[in-house]
Write a protein that binds this ligand. Structure first.
Ligand code: PBG
Length: 331
């Protein structure tokens, strides 16, 4: 049946064969648009599986090399490194973050050596993995997160990450002015070519739950005083516009699936690449449903990535990056 007045209008024509559907697909996912987050520890001898993220491990320096080689072979665009320091290496200032031999900086040197020009090595620039209180900044005497004192730590952390060879710094701490502070500090040290990925619209999300296991987070309390309220849409756009004005080369929306309106708004508002982070909870939900036989895992994964791209994200951080890239390449 067709509608009476427009008998010739038949949108289903273009859906009638696989070849036609492929030809008219508006959105594609390409391996080069995928970035793999990697967790690295320096106090384990074997990779440690994460219970809440089946298929994801905390790497040793050794297994990190293998993961980078696999990522390069799969043709993904980059890796994002997270350091997981031993409990004994954590303190109130997150000193491990600025130690040239701290786990993240040491891992970065290894990753850069292994990656060569095959992919972009990126690093998480945030204090939460390194502080004993688990916050993304340093604390004022009253226990609140001190914005400007945290910026001083980010400046030093950025310089150490650049020295270690990181090519793109992921500013995920959500302190006001962090992009401008880090840009100025890098430029003053001669690191003008180290690029900044600003987590512009990072929401205080329940979907980070499994990540906290992944990095052994000791957070007490919450991050509501610096991450965005899930209720707010225009505030996310404001953050992205500010980050671009401060010198962000790329801006990130995080998490992805519950924030596709933000991906779309930010893509319309700024002239730099917009990325999205498909976070640990998004990964865990699909893996858990699939393990129960409640969802077609492979279709669900590709559908989420396609949707994130469709909303306007040019690249996606996803724990499935290598697997999806291999599938796309028919490996
Ligand atoms: C903070 C950080 C978090 C994630 C990435 N960087 C957690 C948080 O803000 O509590 C979450 C990533 C994920 O859930 O996959 N450094």
């Amino acid at each position: 049946m067709t509608s009476g007045s427009f008998p010739e209008v038949r949108p289903r024509r273009l859906r009638s064969t696989p070849a036609l559907r492929r030809l008219v697909a508006e959105t594609r996912v390409h391996p080069a648009q995928l970035v793999l987050p990697l967790f690295v520890r320096d106090d384990i001898v074997e990779p440690a599986p994460l219970q809440s993220m089946p298929g994801v491990v905390q790497h040793t320096f050794d297994s990190l090399r293998g993961a980078i080689a696999d990522a390069a072979e799969a043709g993904i665009g980059g890796v994002m490194l997270f350091g997981v320091p031993a409990e004994s290496a954590k303190d109130a200032l997150g000193s491990g973050a600025t130690d040239p031999d701290g786990v993240l900086n040491a891992a970065t040197r290894i990753a850069v050596e292994e990656a060569g020009d095959a992919l972009v090595v990126q690093t998480d620039l945030c204090l939460d993995e390194f502080t004993d209180h688990g916050h993304c900044g340093v604390l004022a005497p009253d226990g609140s997160v001190d914005n400007d004192a945290s910026l001083d730590r980010y400046r030093d952390m950025a310089i150490e990450q650049a020295r270690a060879g990181s090519q793109l710094l992921g500013l995920s701490g959500m302190m006001d002015g962090q992009t401008a502070a880090v840009r100025a500090a890098l430029d003053a040290e001669g690191f003008e070519n180290v690029a900044l990925l600003a987590y512009a619209a990072k929401y205080a999300s329940a979907f980070y739950g499994p990540f906290r296991e992944a990095v052994g987070s000791t957070l007490r309390g919450d991050r509501m005083s610096y991450q965005l309220d899930p209720a707010n849409r225009r505030e996310g756009v404001r953050e992205a516009v500010l980050d671009v004005a401060e010198g962000a080369d790329i801006v990130m929306v995080k998490p992805a699936m519950s924030y596709l309106d933000l991906v779309s708004d930010v893509a319309a508002a700024v002239p730099v690449p917009v990325w999205a982070y498909q976070v640990s909870g998004e990964y865990a939900m699909i893996e858990a449903a699939a393990a129960n036989g409640w969802i077609d895992r492979d279709r669900a994964i590709l559908e989420t990535l396609t949707s994130i791209r469709r909303a306007g994200a040019e690249a996606v951080l996803t724990y499935w990056a290598v697997e999806v890239a291999r599938t796309l390449k028919g490996l």
